[in-house]
Design a protein around this ligand. Structure first.
Ligand code: HEM
Length: 399
């Protein structure tokens, strides 16, 4: 009998904020692919196994095009046509359109370029830790540390004046936080587009030393530049911010792990990869089959929607030994937290630099860091959020 998952998003077990929902772990136990009947009646699939998720991501017969994503666990589009992604928003496009936008950006996010940023990330991190220390305990780690560090860096990289962050940060929260109604979401999107239109016009008039100004020296239109800026701003800080906050929460719940990290700074690279695997904050993406595809012994018919569960794939026992254990020294590698294939995260080297700097700096600055509230009271994002994480993280330390 084919395994069927009936309700998405499934909910996490109380007291297990870091583990994928039990229903998804159970689905993986039945096999790497399950049936998922969407609320609109469409018969789709849910993929929870590592190998199958990876093979879909590498297969051009599965599309990321927005206009094909007509089925959604939470939205019934009915007869409404889903429009294609606006110009520049290449996350929801296939090649060749996708690579037209991605190509000019790749060179700006290389390992070498991002390493050159390390000193700046160290400075920004130190400034925020100084402010946190000066204000004294308790603190909300989200507002004092996890959000502002990636926000300052992505603003500087793109050439967005940091004073303007209020104009887009709250709106981006609304896009990705999973708790905003349609009307408010539309208003947030419109306000962000208006802001980005002004920003692109300003860069064209007075180019400065940043990614967006560089791109004005290309054949991309203003509308396309706005779309690119939106993707980079929204993908570029909320994900890392949630990794830093949820990652700190996870470390504080497994105190032997940060103790080992403090004692051995050489753990940093594997520790960051393990936190990425273990938490997989960008937990679910969708694809649509462009033709009939044989997958895991099933035929995925052309036009069928496939939900890829990155967080369950990253806990697949056939790929990772003791997958539900947080082990900062783990050497398995190859997690899917940044995806795989043509859409693999463009900003992954930036995110790595930020986490490799910020986590150890925090742990070393506050050796007695601990939660200031019982773990059950930490305010988590709902499963409906595109990016999982904590809304706030009250912490304290000895002075
Ligand atoms: C820890 C932090 C991050 C995580 C977990 C993450 C995760 C991901 C994932 C899973 C995808 C693939 C989506 C898919 O398969 O359809 C992706 C794509 C992307 N990410 Fe990230 N990301 C992070 C940080 C960043 C940063 C800092 C940037 C800043 C530039 C960024 C920019 C992008 C862009 C532009 C794409 C779209 C790539 C494409 O479609 O070709 N991400 N990210």
């Amino acid at each position: 009998m084919e395994h069927t998952v009936t309700t998405l998003p499934a909910t996490r077990e109380p007291g297990c904020p870091f583990d994928p929902p039990a229903e998804l772990i159970d689905a993986r136990r039945h096999g790497p692919i399950s049936r998922y009947p969407f609320p609109d009646g469409h018969e789709g699939w849910l993929i929870t196994g590592y190998d199958l998720v990876r093979s879909v991501l590498a297969d051009p017969r599965f599309s990321s095009r927005k206009e094909l994503m007509r089925h959604h666990p939470l939205i019934d589009f009915g007869e409404i046509e889903v429009p294609p992604a606006p110009p520049g928003e290449f996350l929801l496009m296939d090649d060749p359109q996708h690579s037209r936008y991605r190509k000019p950006l790749v060179g700006k996010f290389t390992v070498r370029r991002m390493r050159l940023l390390t000193e700046r990330v160290e400075q920004v991190t130190a400034d925020h830790l100084d402010a946190m220390e000066k204000a004294g305990p308790p603190a909300d780690l989200v507002t004092a540390f996890a959000r502002p560090i990636p926000a300052v860096i992505i603003c500087e990289l793109l050439g967005v004046p940091y004073e303007d962050r209020g104009s887009f940060q709250d709106n981006i929260d609304k896009f990705l936080g999973g708790e905003t109604g349609d009307e408010e979401l539309f208003a947030a999107y419109t306000a962000t587009q208006r802001y980005l239109a002004e920003l692109v016009a300003a860069k064209r008039a007075n180019p400065t030393d940043d990614v967006l100004s560089d791109l004005t020296d290309s054949d991309l239109t203003d509308e396309e530049l706005q779309g690119i800026a939106l993707i980079l701003l929204s993908a570029g800080f909320d994900t890392t911010a949630n990794m830093l906050a949820l990652g700190t929460f996870a470390l504080l719940r497994h105190p032997e792990q940060p103790a080992a990290w403090r004692a051995d700074p050489a753990l940093t690279d594997s520790a960051v990869e393990e936190l990425l695997r273990y938490l997989s904050v960008a937990k679910t993406f969708m694809r649509t089959a462009l033709e009939d595809v044989e997958l895991g012994g099933r035929t995925i018919a052309a036009g069928t929607a496939v939900i890829l569960s990155y967080n369950t794939a990253n806990r697949d026992p056939e790929r990772f030994a003791d997958p539900h254990v947080l082990d900062l020294g783990r050497q398995d590698g190859g997690h899917l937290a940044f995806g795989h294939g043509i859409h693999q995260c463009l900003g992954q080297q930036l995110a790595r630099v930020e986490m490799r700097v910020a986590f150890p700096a925090l742990l070393n600055r506050f050796p007695t860091l601990r939660l200031a509230v019982p773990a059950e009271e930490v305010d988590l994002r709902p499963e409906a959020a595109d990016v999982y994480g904590v809304k706030s993280l009250p912490v304290t330390w000895d002075v």
